[in-house]
Design a protein around this ligand. Sequence first.
Ligand SMILES: [Zn+2]
Length: 379
Amino acid sequence: MLEILFILLPLAFYSGWRTAYKKKRSSQTVGAEVSPRFVQGINFLLNEEPDKALDVFLETPSLDAQAAETFLALGKMFRNRGEVNRALRLHQHLVARPDLTNAQRQTAMLALGEDFFAAGLLDRAESVFNELLKTYPKNTAACIPLRRIYEQLHEWEKALALTEYSVTDKTERIQLMAHYLCEQVEELLAKNQLFQVDEKLKKALNIYPQSARVQTLLAELALARGERAAALKYFRQALTYDQRLLNSLVKRLLTVFTQPVELQQLYEVVSTEYRRKPDSKMLPALASIAQAIGQGGSLSPIMHQHLQHELGNVQTLACVARYLTTEANSTHTLAELSLALGRLSSTLPPFQCAHCGYKLHEYVWRCPACHHWDSVQSQ
Ligand SMILES: [Zn+2]
């Protein structure tokens, strides 16, 4: 409750001063009654009786700009503290009041929608945000939370329509639209509705031709139609657009392409992609495919190259160690591996705070991130 004191007391004093000032200027001032009730509300807050405080605030006969702003700040604070019911009560009351300015009403509606969202009442939040957009079409602040709701509800078509007209950044817009179409495609693929899959993918391809996800789904559509060569072509295109996909795709690729000829083609595709743009993170997947076709030794030069010259990470070093243990000259490999591990470990912070997880290169008695004493330990 202490923070409420710090936030509201200056406002209360200001409000009191202003009311007195108004009273002096006009004997019929509307603010004359506000100040004592306001202070009474503050007292209830300070006594940890927020519901009584709310009752007092909500009975305020008329709101001036300052009081409305204060109520909005109070409602936001209730929500941030997890007291969503109180925030809802306050914002519902504000939205229903006739004496708010247009700007205050829009802020109150937005806050009310966020309260419903925080309370998990997504349909109520959706209707408030939609009402806000309908009443004030130029206020697009509701578009982002509304999109978040549609994403949570898997209402991809609505998310798509909203994105098309509300996201001004072109890159973000086409990425989001392609993802929403891809989400629909995955649902349709699961139901084997291939015609609709085809339609959606054409649309997605048109919106975002360089999307690796669209290419992966084109490959899945080709597989569903039994067109395996075309599927491999699309997978290859997906890797060209985003090499990082390889590690998540390799399991699927090795399940789908099981014939020796196909595996050989797959190996060609992945090793060509590696040569085009070498990235040590591809090594585990490349090694899996090489082993599947019985070409365990063919990657030795690449693996030695990695040990000698690249930093890599724990996963790639583990893969290389596994791969090279079968070699005849294992003493030489062990020496290379030892050097590579030394290089990698010198880059890793040896200490970590047990309280907040902050990593450090030097030992200190007090964590610089969370300020706990004696919480730093060796990793
Ligand atoms: Zn810490």
